[in-house]
Design a protein around this ligand. Structure first.
Ligand code: PFF
Length: 486
């Protein structure tokens, strides 16, 4: 069976690839989600775990995922199938790609709803409605917006339409130019907001909250959320980076690109966090306010700043753009798969999947009003459930399997040829993917299965034994393979 290699479009430069990947990584996850989950989970200790997960699991898995895309040269399910065939592994590996396609669609269905809130705020700000506004008024405005399913549905529809319009045209084209301008502007505006924050009395409180760890506030569920967010924020575990990697010419360095992506992504999240908590503590707001945190805080800051109308409007515009550049990467794995697998046009594939995402998004729209008290997972609304299943389960699981595939299935020679790392770094990369990434994910998963310490120990033990069995089998297989060839 010959492998089907389909991805033809190539990035026009290493810089454009990094820009597109940073565009995918930097989004609502950094500006909206990170601050609110840090607030809900007690701050410092949570942030520390998140940073550890980004460095020890996120970076290597990001490299592995881009590498698999470039080696497999196709949409995620096909790329995994190609590689499994090349390395004589089970064809079931294609399921990792397929699960990624599904995860992307599920995430996009709520992503566009939240991006719609930013769109609404952009319009409100442009019309001058946030001038001199205080925190109570912003809170009321936000509550009013969420209580109105028709408004949310309207903005969700607008965001889905915008995403589809860009994706239908292909990943390159206009997007490259837009990203070129947008990413530096987003940094600039965050720096301006940082300047404003530093001058506030509550700036110190914000720093203390985010960077002084209090481990008594850390639960296993918080560790799971922090780990899940490391995957979510870097866009890994679901094939988005795999697709982008499949368009990457061989001569570009994956390691270098990945370091830039991680640095930019982390910086934006931390900046957004510091700014938002400065407003929170300066106005007596609750750190654990939940998904509304960004929207209940920043208009207050803009309302007090000189030139706040201009900066506020620009800010929400950039949030919408940042969300769009992530949204297109959420649907790209599905589009490229449907297009290539079902042999229909890109425009048709996009339309079909867009309709699905739009429909599913209605569940999230209703989660904040009509269905606010309807629970899907225990204690979780439709939106909370989708967020939990995707970010905290599907992405870490996908990322773990990507790590395992790169570390145990791909041969040393192939890995070295693909990444061209110095010997010491290559060994660190391989052993991180073999040990730290999968074992880390397994421990966090297993610990969340039970609340009793002994049950947790047993669950972790069982998970690790299963992994050890896989490794034992795989190594034996590799030995035979070497023997075959000699
Ligand atoms: N990384 C994006 C964010 O932080 O907003 C969200 C995301 C995009 C997740 C693409 C996963 C993905 F494949």
């Amino acid at each position: 069976m010959s492998a089907i290699k389909l991805s033809k479009p190539q990035w026009s430069s290493q810089r454009i690839f990094i820009l597109a990947a940073v565009g995918s990584a930097v989004g609502l996850g950094n500006i909206w989600k990170f601050p609110y989950i840090a607030g809900e989970n007690g701050g410092g200790a949570f942030v520390l775990v998140y940073l550890l997960c980004v460095a020890l699991i996120g970076l290597p898995v990001l490299m592995a995922e881009i590498g698999l895309g470039r080696m497999g040269k196709a949409n995620p399910p096909q790329a995994m199938a190609n590689l499994a065939a090349d390395f004589r592994a089970s064809p079931l590996w294609a399921l990792v790609g397929l699960a990624g396609v599904l995860a992307g669609l599920l995430i996009l269905s709520f992503y566009t709803v939240i991006a719609g809130w930013a769109m609404d705020y952009f319009v409100q700000s442009a019309m001058g409605h946030f001038r001199g506004i205080n925190s109570e008024q912003v809170g009321d405005y936000f509550d009013g917006l969420l209580a109105n399913p028709w408004a949310l549905l309207f903005w969700h529809t607008v965001m889905v339409a915008l995403t589809l319009a860009i994706v239908a045209k292909g990943v390159k084209g206009g997007l490259e130019k837009a990203l070129n301008l947008m990413m530096p502007l987003l940094f600039l505006i965050l720096l301006i907001l940082l300047g404003w924050s530093v001058a506030q009395a509550s700036f110190q409180d914000s720093l203390r909250f985010l960077f002084a760890p209090d481990f008594s506030k850390l639960t296993w569920e918080a560790v799971l959320v922090a780990m899940g967010h490391a995957f979510f924020t870097l866009s890994i575990g679901m094939g988005a980076m795999m697709v982008y990697g499949s368009y990457l010419p061989k001569r570009y360095s994956i390691g270098k690109a990945a370091v830039w992506i991680v640095l930019a992504d982390t910086l934006v999240a931390l900046l957004a966090g510091v700014i938002i908590f400065t407003v929170v503590f300066g106005n007596g707001l609750a750190a654990g306010a939940g998904p509304g945190l960004l929207f209940q805080t920043l208009p207050v800051a803009f309302g007090q700043m000189s030139g706040g109308w201009f900066w506020g409007t620009l800010f929400f515009f950039l949030v919408v753009l940042a969300a769009l550049s992530s949204a297109i990467s959420l649907i790209e794995p599905a589009v490229s798969w449907v297009e290539q697998n079902w042999r229909i046009s890109r425009v048709k594939a996009t339309g079909l999947l867009g309709a699905l995402v739009w429909l599913l998004g209605i569940g999230t729209v209703l989660s904040f009003n009509v269905w606010a008290n309807v629970h899907f997972l225990p204690g979780k609304t439709f939106f909370d459930s989708l967020d939990f299943i995707t970010a905290n389960i599907m992405l870490p699981l996908g990322g773990m399997l990507i790590a395992v595939f790169m570390a145990w299935v791909v041969s040393d020679r192939q890995r070295q040829a693909e990444f061209r790392l110095m010997p010491g770094l290559d060994a660190a990369f391989k052993w991180d993917l073999r040990l730290i990434a999968p074992v880390g994910v397994l421990i966090v998963f297993a610990s969340n299965l039970a609340s009793d310490v002994w049950q947790q120990v047993v669950a972790v033990g069982v998970a690790l034994v299963l992994y050890a069995l896989y490794v034992y089998n795989r190594s034996r297989f590799n030995l035979y393979r070497v023997a075959d060839k000699s």
